[in-house]
Design a protein around this ligand. Structure first.
Ligand code: ASP
Length: 331
């Protein structure tokens, strides 16, 4: 049996010339999706596709050889930390991984974020930061002379996740304009929802927000959606959106953000995507989730070709490779 032809080799000659380095991203902090327009997005997506080809063919290159990335995580992480590390290593760079709990760092001795950042920038060319406080990445960026990449600031934003989410939608469905996107679950505290919703306001999409009353999308973000003139509606019921959705973006209830855990108990099992529910969905649509899932998508859905959440995970590495290369001035 003949093998499928392999895509062409990764070609450095096709990369932009110096004057276009990183499409303006070289040396920049990545704090919010508001920094991206359709041009920078399509630039990052093109680079991410090149990274995918390169990884498929040869696994890694030396593009970021000699560069060091510090990964500083004050909150748990699996995908974001692992994919930043994998991204850096596949590009030949290395990582200072403070991802297994800042309790083992000087943070447990009372060191401030400012001092930790001012220390890490002595060793690293860029810093990836996850922190429980909204705005922490901005604070870190104010102190750092190297780029800071926001890997989640409390219930604020998660810009690199939103880039990979948008890229996944584009790759799975071949377009962004004209799509009906339904966000389901914890829209109040879910930072990935906040960032993805803001990014989607740049496209001609319809948005449906499905949540329990206490977990509705924050008004500030809803206002951005309205200002963009998009068709947007809120509902409590997945049944209202399942038949028409092109994208079902499911999220977990963010237990760690509740001050009253009895409220969390009331809403935690509000939505479960099951194979039965999927029989009502379009044949060509995608189910996405930033993960981790804690019961919102039944395991029996995983075999459905529309279940895109693990493909979404893989895209995260390609997007972060593209982003690191751009921010470090090597794309
Ligand atoms: N992993 C994502 C985040 O860090 C989603 C989640 O935790 O629910 O925001």
């Amino acid at each position: 049996m003949s093998k499928k032809p392999l895509p062409p080799l990764f070609n450095y000659d096709q990369l932009p010339q110096k004057s276009h380095i990183g499409n303006g991203l070289a040396g920049q902090d990545i704090l919010s999706v508001s920094q991206f327009n359709q041009d920078t997005l399509s630039y990052i997506f093109t680079r991410a596709r090149e990274m995918r080809q390169m990884v498929r063919r040869i696994g890694g290159v030396d593009l970021l050889k000699g560069h060091v990335l510090a990964c500083l995580f004050y909150e748990p992480s699996t995908r974001t930390s692992a994919s930043f590390i994998a991204a850096m290593e596949r590009l030949g760079g290395s990582v200072i991984p403070i991802t297994q709990g800042v309790q083992f760092s000087s943070v447990s001795k009372g060191e401030t974020l400012a001092d930790t950042i001012r220390t890490l920038e002595q060793y690293a060319d860029a810093i990836v930061l996850r922190h429980p406080k909204i705005g922490a990445a901005k604070t870190a960026a104010d102190y750092a002379s190297v780029p800071v990449l926001n890997a989640g600031d409390g219930a604020g934003e998660h810009p690199t996740q939103a880039l990979l989410d948008l890229f996944t939608i584009r790759e799975e469905l071949g377009r962004l304009d004209g799509l009906k996107v339904a966000m389901v679950g914890d829209l109040r505290y879910g930072r990935t929802v906040h960032s993805l919703t803001k990014l989607l306001t740049q496209y001609n999409v319809s948005l449906r927000f499905v949540s329990p009353e206490i977990l509705r999308l924050p008004l500030t973000i809803m206002n951005e959606v309205r200002d963009a003139g998009l068709d947007a509606r809120e509902t409590h019921d997945v049944a209202d959106v399942i038949e028409n959705a092109d994208v079902l973006y499911v999220t977990r209830v963010q237990k760690e953000r509740f001050s009253d855990l009895s409220q969390y108990e009331e809403v935690k099992e509000h939505y479960v995507i099951t194979p039965e529910l999927m029989t009502k969905a379009k044949e060509k649509m995608v189910v996405m989730h930033p993960l981790p899932r804690v019961g919102e998508i039944h395991y029996a859905v995983d075999g459905d070709p529309r279940a895109a959440y693990f493909r979404q995970v893989k895209n995260g590495m390609f997007i972060r490779m593209a982003l690191l290369a751009a921010v470090l001035g090597q794309a």
